[in-house]
Design a protein around this ligand. Structure first.
Ligand SMILES: [Fe+2]
Ligand SMILES: [Fe+2]
Length: 284
């Protein structure tokens, strides 16, 4: 299977602030994706372009090029939602600037390294991306099966964005891991980077959800705050993934015999992409 980027477009003009009606906590917890992904996925693209000259397998190089094409469009699509939030009076800037700092300053390029150190810096960041991609595939698989979002009346355009993206994450879930194994087949780096990436993502997510709920210009109550009780209640109703399932999924990544193909279903992902309104419009 060849990974192809789909040049999707979404119209946000009718998107309500609480696109899961009456569920500000669940809406904003999912909205954290729009805060993290534009900067994060552009960073994936930069790192993978730096990894290209290190690849000695033609098939893997083709997959990495397909991955780069898909992630570049994902970043653009989520950027569109951020622009919409700003226009509706929710300024994501303060949080997004911190995320940009993380991806440019902490995890960015380091000019002047020796060739060996430059290679090491690329491989370490590929390993971090492989760990993140384990969770993007987990989330993609979750949203493809999250019938509770349909039952709750979630906005169909947002659902299509999440499921188109989720399906492509399931579709390309092996690429970062296969690239990591190609550049460093060892076990230690995989464990070390997951031990950092899992908790860091969790922390970024909680902070992001709290930020969005506090910055919401249409609060549901006079002192609206994101709370654990709210997260857990939404997850019990199937509107958010369960934190326990996310932790178990992270633990599966550190098993010796792990491979991303063991998680999620390519058949289901491809079937969704064949019916996704945005992906179908892009194909014409
Ligand atoms: Fe993506
Ligand atoms: Fe991805």
């Amino acid at each position: 299977m060849v990974l192809q980027p789909r040049d999707v477009r979404f119209d946000w003009s009718r998107l309500p602030m609480h696109w899961i009606p009456g569920e500000p906590t669940a809406t904003h917890t999912i909205n954290v994706l729009h805060l993290l992904l534009p900067a994060g996925e552009r960073w994936f693209v930069r790192v993978f372009k730096q990894a290209l000259p290190l690849i000695t397998d033609d098939r893997l190089r083709e997959d990495v090029l397909g991955f780069i094409g898909q992630e570049a469009i994902h970043a653009q699509a989520h950027q569109g939602v951020l622009d919409h939030l700003l226009a509706k009076g929710l300024d994501p800037g303060p949080y997004v600037r911190q995320v940009e700092w993380l991806f440019h300053r902490v995890l960015g390029e380091r000019p002047g390294l020796t060739p060996e150190r430059a290679r090491e810096h690329v491989v370490e960041r590929v390993a971090i991306i492989a760990a993140v991609e384990h969770f993007t595939a987990f989330l993609g698989n979750w949203v493809l099966n999250a019938d509770a979002l349909d039952l709750a009346g979630a906005d169909p355009v947002m659902l299509d964005l999440l499921r188109w993206h989720g399906a492509e994450e399931v579709e390309h879930r092996s690429v970062a891991y296969d690239l990591l194994r190609h550049l460093d087949p060892g076990y230690a780096r995989r464990i070390r980077t997951m031990a950092i990436t899992g908790p860091a993502l969790y922390w970024l997510w909680i902070r992001g959800a709290r930020f969005l709920v506090a910055a919401d210009p249409q609060p549901a109550g006079p002192r609206q705050k994101a709370s654990w009780r709210g997260f857990l209640a939404a997850s019990r109703r199937g509107l958010l993934p369960s934190p326990g399932a996310a932790v178990c999924s992270g633990a599966r990544y550190v098993r010796r015999g792990y491979h991303p193909t063991q998680e999620g279903s390519t058949r289901q992902a491809v079937a969704y992409l064949a019916t996704s309104p945005a992906a179908r419009a892009a194909a014409h």
